[in-house]
Design a protein around this ligand. Sequence first.
Ligand code: SF4
Ligand code: SF4
Length: 278
Amino acid sequence: MRIAVASGKGGTGKTSVAVNLAVIAGRTATLVDCDVEEPNAHIFLKGDVSSTDTVSMSVPAIEENRCTGCRACVEFCGFNALISFGGPPLFFPDLCHGCGGCRLVCPAGAIVEVARPLGEVRRIDAGRCTLVEGCLEVGVSSPVPVIKAAKAAADGDFVIYDAPPGTSCPLVATLRGADYVLLVTEPTPFGLSDLRLTVEVLRQMNMEFGVVINRSMRSESLIHDYCHHEAIEVLGEIPEDRRIAEAYAAGRLIVEALPGYRPLFRSILEACLERVTA
Ligand code: SF4
Ligand code: SF4
């Protein structure tokens, strides 16, 4: 079973919800930190790194002494990763999709493939659960291959994906294959605006989802009104509580620093499981 925890914007408490749910789920749960540009679940789930795998992609390298400047590779590449002004082509690695086609069409055999490191996937035994963390290499523009590699490294029956913020390709890559999506939002106009955008993405992907309101204030009905209008289920509300902010700032789990919140996280987790198995 795979549950994704997502939010349209950063700073809503998405990671906090994801790590606390993983700990409530227990030792057999695996949390995958798919926010590979800025992974931070390890701050809350500390442990020893048991394995590290490099994520890389095969990209072309041009042997200039063999290149005739024929431009066949430039014309083949639909991603404009190669340009030529008559001599050996210039290569732009961030545009390359690693298809290998340029090497195949080169009549002079002047293109070889080399591995370009894109990031790492680390497996951490965090005691209460397992953490799989994707980490993007500095200077690499697309996080998607590292997200896919991190997801592929997660085994076990119960997996939680901590999604990256935003509504573009990294989010879509994270959500693919999830059985249910938990959207974390906050009762502010910004929270509502980003919630709307994320709901649009989820509906286009035809995914099942529900909402958790973080920093909830009983007096504020903004999110409830929207969810009611859109027939979206609210699975739980985490109240505005200074003690939660203090626990977060200290890198502590809510369910450990404030055990009184364990039933709330358990009920959110059980609600997700019920929606998946329903
Ligand atoms: S491997 Fe594919 S995408 Fe990359 S430069 Fe060659 S043709 Fe273009
Ligand atoms: S296809 Fe080969 S020979 Fe032609 S420009 Fe590209 S690298 Fe050079």
